[in-house]
Design a protein around this ligand. Structure first.
Ligand SMILES: [Zn+2]
Ligand SMILES: [Zn+2]
Length: 107
């Protein structure tokens, strides 16, 4: 899972089968759920995308969802002065952001 982007169970299966060819999707589902429950993996649910998983200790970052190949990618830049988007007098504690478009390979 060191590819720097959240993976769907299907993608994890694809990576895993290169190491363990007999690996099955049911095993992947079972294990990601256990790893998420134990705090090693984080569930990433992007609008219009299925559940993905990433390592839980990743620093703050955002996701880019490619509408062409349906892969999600990490990026770590935040918009400047995001607090200024909130109404006057509101305090922002955290933010999430997803960008949609086409990745470099698909663009
Ligand atoms: Zn793409
Ligand atoms: Zn941010």
């Amino acid at each position: 899972m060191s590819v720097g982007r959240p993976l769907t169970p299907d993608e994890i299966l694809d990576h895993g089968q290169r190491i363990v060819p007999s690996l099955g999707l049911a095993t992947v589902y079972r294990n990601v759920k256990i790893l998420a429950r134990e705090g090693w993996l984080c569930e990433v649910e992007l609008p219009g995308g299925g559940l993905r998983y990433e390592l839980a200790d990743r620093p703050h970052h955002h996701h880019f969802l490619c509408g062409s190949c349906d892969q999600a990618f990490d990026f770590d830049r935040c918009p400047d002065e995001i607090e200024g988007l909130a109404p006057e007098g509101f305090e922002v504690d955290r933010h999430e952001m997803t960008l949609f478009g086409r990745c470099a390979a698909c663009a």
